[in-house]
Design a protein around this ligand. Sequence first.
Ligand SMILES: [Zn+2]
Length: 633
Amino acid sequence: MARVAHSFRGLLPSLALALAAGCSGPAAPPETAAVTYTPDPHSYAKPAEARVTAVSLDLTPDFSARTIAGTARLAVTRSAGASSLVLDIRDLAIARVTDAQGAALKFEIGESRPFLGQPLTIALSPATDAVVIEYRTSPTAAAVQWLAPAQTSGKKLPFLFTQGQAVLTRTWVPTQDSPGIRQTYDATIHAPAGMRAVMSAEDVSKEGEKDNNGRGVYRYRMTQPIPPYLIALAVGDLAFKPIGKTTGVYAEPSVVDRAASEFVEVDQMIAAAEKLYGPYRWGRYDLLVLPPSFPFGGMENPRLTFATPTILAGDRSLVSLVAHELAHSWSGNLVTNANWNDFWINEGFTVYLEGRIMEELRGRRYADMLRQLGRQDLDQAIVEAGGSKAADTHLRLALDARDPDDGMTNIAYEKGAAFLQTIEAVVGRERLDAFLRAYFERFAFQPMTSEHLLRYMNETLFKPGEVEKVDVQAWVYGPGLPSNAPPVKAEAFAAVDAEVARWARGERAAALATSAWSTQEWLHFLRGLPQPISAARLGDLDRTFKLSASGNSEILFAWLEIAIRERYEPAFPALERFLLSQGRRKFLRPLYEELAKTDWGRAMAARIYRQARPTYHSVSVGTIDGILKWQEK
Ligand SMILES: [Zn+2]
């Protein structure tokens, strides 16, 4: 999930060595060998002086106090003269800092800044190669959501999960929280009886192990260096159901069967992705279906995608989200945006890969529908970002003094994907695929910037004249959607457009030819309805197609947007239920925005939000607070 013109040419040799130590693969030619580390405007770290290479956690969540307490042991590489290590922390209570032998180290906590938190500066003695930090999180730690039993499916036990992207890991792990500073990690988690801890790492727990307090002990290990936003934890009443040999689903016991059946194509997806982009490098691929307050559709935590239950449609119609999170195993997790200004390098590539994986599984006709809906989302995102001249519509963003979460819009996703579609149109699929395979291989486990990527494309992909034909500069550093974006025209939507036209001419809903429609065709239909629409005609649609009662979250969402816009009151109970029953920001943001446009809507939004707010994750709360100009009373 979830762009400034820094140059990385002046990379410090010591840093380059330290970074290269974590890398594998064949040696790159000199011009592409430089491992990128750009200054990260969203981190206090000074990795050129001292850099965290490994994080070792021993943590105990306390569900009554809503805190996580324990230790983080950080392995450090340092330049010869370095006298201090600078970490990112936010809302952490630091009790003690020692070296690996237990000798106290001096530390200082700097001034706190909005969303960045504070620098924790630890004095290093000449021999220090590790620091141990004893700490406790705040009950309001932004990464961590604590769910009451009532917010779970089982209703008996509480639940917790973390969401690190973009700069939230620092609210539960004191480390250098920059995507350009990769770290391995391991963790020992002490979970209350009856609950299981899962993480974005290999499970190396010993069956039935208990600590002295009777808590279950869960052990995890990630031996590949990852950006710290991918360190993730969930604790709850979790069951597991295998899908394939190296795939499966964790979810609450009452959800796990449904989830496993929804995701049954995951092995096919992995096979398709490997065929296109090279080996899957992370061992197992499991999914964790979270309670409905999870703020995102999915989060690509390595080995263990975190997913919203709102994609469990019962008919596998929304599983392109799984293809998306899986694709991050290449774009994002293997090759990672060096800082959040280059977020499109994670998401644009991933949306492109997602389309290709779904095309392998379900054919071109299906994938083209996804692409056309994506292009519609992009048009909308450009309007929302301020129009086709707005700086926030650049792929490369300038988020330096802002919350990086501001950059997590559909621009990065859909304009990024359209950029790759444009390259594909110019160089052809075969050459683009070969380029992508080589790119993931060469830059595996490394950070990437726009400059570096474009240089690599120039060196290895484009033939003379093609850079100009693609107009790379306009795409990456310019606004709006460049005019050479190839048109996307889903064949299947022609029939839908015909039905929209019939409806517009006054045809009754029951007379429309909709029986063979997929979710994507329904979305195109609902998005295409002309406005305004009378209450009588909305009622006809609703009664005929049971839209307010739809169990498909995407269709329901598209319908509720219309219902608010047209003030179609019979759908409002469904709207209220939807806003109260799930916390996925993709759905919440447009609905609250639409409500906020009118006086009656604002009153309704305020009434619902007062009740819903405590059930949403901080990521969603931050966004909706902004839309409603909410001041917590
Ligand atoms: Zn993504």
